[in-house]
Design a protein. Sequence first.
Length: 193
Amino acid sequence: MDDELGKHLDAVGPRMRALRTQRHLTLADASAATGISVSTLSRLESGQRRPTLELLLPIARLYRLPLEELIDAPATGDPRIHIKPVVRDWGTVLPLTRRPGGLQAFKMVLPGSNRAQVPDLQVHEGYDWIYVLNGRLRLVLGQDDFVMSPGEVAEFDTRTPHWFASAGKEPVEFLTLFGHQGERIHVRARPKH
């Protein structure tokens, strides 16, 4: 086996243990979710057993990671990220981050509408930051109703009742950064006025 491949496979065990502990899972939890025995998982994590594709696939599914990220595969020379859009009846979401947990980035495209839309306000844990790229976004935050244009930014605690949609007949495109409760966007440099 080539030395570089051996180094990558040897690093999988500690990476698996770190992922499991970050998610507050026991070996028994991971075993129940993957169908891999506790002893096999323990040997994989300690480096006493080399991972096989048959073992890595359910583990990657458990941690919601691409297989190449789980094994920290070397770059193939193609730096492009191949985004898979998620299409729903209300719009399209393009995930821009691939790591579970922490700050998540998305590009969203919401269709325009000829009809007046009635807001269905939602509440959940987290913090959201929105930047409008194209079109106009209607954002309802509690009792406030805003229409945002390209280049405008909003940030809010998602425990505030909120809803958004295109503000007219044209679609709206925007970037959103979503973090867990307490995670806010930190701006390090501000333009001079």
